[in-house]
Design a protein around this ligand. Structure first.
Ligand code: PLP
Length: 410
């Protein structure tokens, strides 16, 4: 379906949380980069799971356990199709992008990174794709080096090329920056990393919810994302890698479900993905993720991306139109994030005042302090859009920012 063929007003009506007043004003939810709202089908799927199918998976021979196991494993197949993985076993369920990156650091990183090795991390990273590497580097005597970016928030590929060397073990980059909305050239960066013999991890937390993603076309070695940013519940996400990679790695957490056999003399481990899913997992989260993937697939990710590209233009124009504001992050390739500052007004004050108008913005460093530091800012205000937002909400944002201006005029 194209964006024009979708009835976006009806789509919006699928999201019960959007249909409410906050502080007496209609809610204008512009914080989807932090977490998306959930359509009724996802909420219903979780309720249905608890009302009909609730049981622990993989262990029971009884009917309900078989139902729950089937539901869980069926979603793995849906995830694989959604990101074009070659095999569902390549998709490991984790709590979210953060846990996925930590899993990779604790398995791949601990066995492959040594003293003197270099880990190149883009300046645009969320802390979740920097701090685990700093922790590992400290343990191993490796070095984390920032890939620089320009004032628009685009990574400097010439500098990146110059940094790649025989010492480079790993490159870490997000597909889309949560702080600025920059869409990074991850396929090109993967090719360059591989040219230097390095491995590349792409953090897709802000990409999978907003555009078609094909992990094989990107050519990364690892790709992670979170369910809660793509209409699914919190506490579920996916770490993807080719099966051969997972099979070559040791487990990171020990416990039930990740073993082949256990004795005091010798314990052996299950093949991937079970090897990396110790303990009772977030079954309801997986069920909800499956419903979210069905929902997004029915809309069509190309239509979602096109709709959000239109909204991005409208929201950027709305913010630009408010005297004294400046957009932060003006990359040529951007997804639905509008970060901005307003002269003489702290971003936290912007967020507090717009909240009184029912407009939910995020303010702060967006868990990306190096980005702020590079741009000489302590914080920005951020409006992040999803397909369920409307152009009218851009006008509401502009009006709320006008109210902020009025208060600070005196
Ligand atoms: N990476 C990016 C780009 C993000 O925006 C976020 C969350 O905002 C994360 C990683 C971490 O995601 P989670 O908290 O769901 O693990």
């Amino acid at each position: 379906m194209t964006a024009a063929a979708v009835d976006w007003a009806r789509v919006r009506a699928d999201f019960p949380a959007l249909d409410q007043k906050v502080r007496g004003k209609p809610l204008v939810y512009l914080d989807s980069a932090a977490t998306s709202q959930k359509p009724r089908v996802v909420i219903d799927a979780v309720r249905h799971y608890y009302e009909r199918d609730n049981a622990n998976i993989h262990r029971g021979v009884h009917w309900l356990s078989e139902q729950a196991t089937k539901a869980y494993e069926d979603v793995r197949k849906k995830v694989a199709r959604f990101i074009n993985a070659a095999d569902p076993r390549e998709c490991v369920f984790v709590r979210g992008a953060t846990e996925g990156i930590n899993l990779i650091a604790q398995t791949w990183g601990r066995t492959r990174i040594g003293a003197g090795d270099e880990i190149l991390v883009s300046t645009l990273e969320h802390h979740s794709n920097l701090v685990p590497w700093q922790m590992l580097a400290a343990e191993k005597g490796a070095r984390v080096r920032p890939i620089p970016m320009n004032d628009a928030g685009e990574l400097d590929l010439d500098a990146y090329a110059a940094m790649l060397s025989g010492k480079t073990r790993l490159v870490c980059v997000n597909h889309v920056s949560n702080a600025l909305g920059t869409v990074n050239p991850v396929a090109r960066m993967a090719e360059m990393a591989h040219g230097a013999g390095a491995t590349i991890l792409v953090d897709g937390a802000q990409a999978v919810p907003h555009m078609p993603v094909d992990v094989r076309a990107i050519g990364a070695d690892f790709y992670v994302f979170s369910g809660h940013k793509m209409c699914a519940p919190t506490g579920i996400g996916v770490a993807w890698a080719p099966l051969a990679t997972w099979e070559s790695l040791p487990p990171w957490q020990g416990g039930g479900d990740m073993i082949a056999s256990v004795s005091f003399e010798k314990t052996t481990y299950a093949p991937a993905p079970a090897r990396f899913e110790a303990g009772t997992p977030n079954i309801e989260g997986v069920v909800g993720l499956g419903a979210a993937i069905d929902y997004l697939t029915a809309l069509g990710m190309p239509a979602v991306a096109a709709r959000e590209a239109e909204l991005l233009k409208v929201f950027e124009a709305a913010v630009r139109g408010v005297p004294g504001t400046r957009l932060v992050g003006t990359a040529r390739e951007k997804a639905g994030v509008v970060s901005f500052v307003m002269e003489g007004v702290h971003p936290h004050d912007i967020g507090t005042i717009t909240d009184r108008e029912g407009v939910a913005l995020r303010t702060g460093h967006h868990c990306a302090e190096p980005v702020m530091r590079r741009l000489g800012l302590a914080a920005t205000a951020r409006a992040s859009v999803a397909f369920y937002n409307t152009p009218q909400e851009a006008a509401a944002l502009a009006a709320a920012l006008g109210a902020v201006r009025e208060i600070f005029r005196t």
